[in-house]
Ligand binder design. Structure first.
Ligand code: HEC
Ligand code: HEC
Length: 152
């Protein structure tokens, strides 16, 4: 009888784990890699990938799925990085994201622009530990760290 009780305790412990926890695949240690407490730009490429997996995806997934649960049901690396992510390439900005023209944003829905401006952009800057782009800080993190501009 005792062994059954032990099994039940284990099952309960596993069941209490957050369902969003990703199971690391064999040979993929990025979900468990211990990251140094440094801003994103001070990390090496492997640490950057692990940072994306551990910090960016879980937090940004919520913001994207709250906006559109259906469109972003499969949220992951490729939502931002595109198909190149499958080949292990993560170049940003990503020219496959909608191209922006700040002089004329009329082709986009107002609520989409507001969502980007009020949620996606500031949260992403915060996670990455990068000050946000502004007139006083033109090198800061901005829309164009992810998107490219029309005609480019
Ligand atoms: C919400 C959008 C978003 C998601 C989702 C995302 N990334 Fe990124 N990623 C970025 C941005 C933006 C940068 C560039 C930051 C900068 O400007 O330095 C970046 C940079 C990187 C880099 C560094 C590239 C370089 O040239 O230094 C790697 C590696 C990376 N991401 C891997 C991943 C992986 C792996 C995943 C999925 C587990 C992922 N990313 C998910 C937005 C995202
Ligand atoms: C961290 C990366 C990131 C940043 C920063 C970012 N975006 Fe986005 N943006 C995305 C992704 C990913 C999508 C979704 C693309 C899709 O539908 O698959 C998107 C979608 C959009 C759309 C909706 C396009 C459409 O028709 O569906 C607009 C408009 C937009 N972004 C504008 C902006 C603006 C303006 C800023 C700056 C205030 C900004 N974005 C900052 C990643 C980013």
């Amino acid at each position: 009888m005792r062994s059954i009780a032990v099994v039940l305790v284990f099952a309960a412990a596993c069941g209490s784990k957050s369902p969003s926890t990703t199971t690391p695949r064999a040979g993929d240690d990025s979900a468990t890699m211990v990251l140094p407490d440094l801003p994103f730009d001070k990390l090496d490429p492997d640490q950057r990938a692990a940072f994306m997996k551990q910090k960016v995806v879980p937090q940004m997934k919520v913001i994207f799925q709250n906006h559109d649960a259906k469109d972003f049901a499969g949220f992951g690396c490729k939502t931002c990085h595109g198909e190149q992510a499958k080949e292990g390439h993560f170049d940003m900005p990503n020219p496959k994201l909608p191209k922006l023209n700040f002089k004329d944003m009329s082709k986009f829905k107002k609520e989409d622009i507001e969502w980007m401006k009020n949620e996606v952009w500031p949260t992403m800057g915060k996670i990455l530990g990068m000050p946000l782009h502004s007139e006083e800080n033109p090198k800061g993190f901005g829309c164009l760290n992810c998107h490219t501009q029309e005609g480019q």
